[in-house]
Design a protein around this ligand. Structure first.
Ligand code: ASP
Length: 437
């Protein structure tokens, strides 16, 4: 029998009705044995996620104000779901514990984690599955880094003896026993590590969209969904701005070679998107997706006879490293190279960096150009295929877009272009049109 680990996101557990859909999905396939849940999300556009209420609770307590209203809203939401589902999950008692922990100055991470904790208690009760707390199993080191192997071993042992289980996402514990959360959206990571620990055949990630779209629907109207994509392609797309799955969720699944199926709780029969190691046959597309970010800066360094100067690149990178600046790309020419960095890394530091580069590399000047957007066109299908870049650049030329930078890694799975911030949307539309329509 196959094993499926299924993670349900905030919108899938937003209220009792959504949780009923979750139950029918789980009961629809007995292979769905290990379930990870997020905290209840928004029920409508102007609603507030439970996790946001929990963070608010902490800041109200910190600022010495009253947090009664926020705590009341959280309590009401969970008690409402418990009553509506007609289960006894001990929510009232749990809320009392949380209140007394706030009084004892509970940490922000502890409070933020309670949304997942309570949701898992409710869902476990409603499904008749075991509740298995992530605390003590999902482990972080004292710096807050996930201890993957220790976590995998602990979860594997704990879950091996259980027919089924519901595990809260988003958090684990530090060596001192204190609760530590992942970054926002981190239940995706919990789902992936549970999938790895139970050697699942599939990691289903249930959300409120029917898979990943080829590009941002705020830029291109109705982009096509991606049917099948590789982990590597997804990593490139998420890094460049595509959301849906938490970026770090890909690693544990990829490590264990477990395919991820992104599916929609509100449209369970839609196939969604499958993410796996390889894609073959009819699902093989030249371009999988297009993603990008605005607000990058080019720091361009030019020096006569640079090509003969050994170590100049290292010196430039050392300056940036000293200022904790992460580098995206380094396109270059014979006596020149540019360092492309996200603007957010340069805030308040640009002048000092330029001065140090000038002094340490012995330069007359350093050119700094801001307001650049970077777009990645990603697809394993372009490997060793002729004409892909010709098509891409022709599309940009026809749309009247000036290309400021071009970069293609030797793996050939993506072509990166830099364009003016103001050309960002038009460039994405032109590339999409050239490849997807
Ligand atoms: N509840 C957390 C958040 O809102 C984690 C998650 O949903 O994945 O970020």
């Amino acid at each position: 029998m196959a094993i499926i680990a299924a993670k349900f996101g905030g919108s899938s557990v937003a209220d009792a009705n959504q949780i009923r859909k979750v139950k029918s999905i789980i009961k629809g396939n007995p292979d769905r044995k290990y379930i990870v849940v997020s905290a209840p999300g928004k029920r409508c556009d102007d609603d507030t996620k439970i996790t946001d209420l929990l963070y608010r609770l902490k800041s109200e307590k910190e600022s010495g104000g009253s947090y009664a209203q926020t705590l009341g809203a959280i309590s009401e939401r969970f008690l409402g779901i418990e009553a509506d589902l007609e289960v006894s999950a001990g929510i009232a008692g749990e809320m009392e514990t949380i209140e007394s922990e706030i009084e004892k100055d509970a940490s922000e991470d502890y409070l933020a984690s309670r949304g997942e904790y309570l949701a898992a208690r409710l869902v476990a009760e409603f499904l008749g599955f075991d509740f298995v707390d992530a605390a003590g199993l999902v482990q972080f080191d004292e710096k807050g880094k996930l201890l993957s192997e220790e976590t995998n071993e602990a979860l594997r042992k704990e879950l091996a003896g259980r027919e089924n289980a519901v595990i809260p996402g988003f958090y684990g514990t530090m060596p001192d026993g204190g609760i530590k959360t992942f970054s926002r959206g981190g239940s995706d990571i919990s789902g992936a590590i549970v999938a790895r620990a139970v050697s699942a055949n599939m990691y289903e990630n249930w959300t409120d969209v029917s898979g990943i779209l080829m590009t941002d629907p705020r830029i291109v109207e109705n982009p096509k969904p991606i049917r099948h994509i590789t982990y590597g392609e997804l990593r490139e797309l998420s890094y460049m701005g595509a959301t849906v799955l938490h970026e770090s969720a890909v690693f544990p699944a990829r490590q264990a070679d477990i395919p991820i199926n992104i599916k929609n709780t509100n449209e369970p029969n839609h196939p969604g998107t499958i993410v796996s190691n390889t894609v073959k046959g009819e699902n093989f597309a030249i371009i999988s997706g297009i993603a990008g970010h605005k607000d990058f800066t080019f720091i361009t360094i030019t020096k006569p006879m640079m090509s003969e100067e050994v170590g100049i690149l290292r010196k430039a990178l050392a300056v940036l490293e000293r200022h904790d600046v992460s580098i995206e790309h380094i396109p270059g020419g014979v006596d020149t190279f540019s360092i492309v960095v996200a603007n957010r890394f340069l805030q308040g530091k640009a002048d000092t960096i330029v001065k140090e580069l000038r002094d340490e590399l012995d330069l007359d000047s350093v050119e700094v150009t801001g307001d650049v957007a970077i777009i990645a066109t990603v697809g394993n299908g372009m490997v060793r295929r002729k004409g892909v870049s010709a098509k891409l650049f022709t599309a940009l030329y026809k749309a009247g877009i000036n290309i400021r930078m071009i970069d293609q890694g030797s793996s050939e799975v993506n072509i990166i272009v830099g364009v003016d911030n103001s050309d960002f949307e038009a460039a994405i539309r032109a590339i999409y049109k050239a490849f997807a329509e």
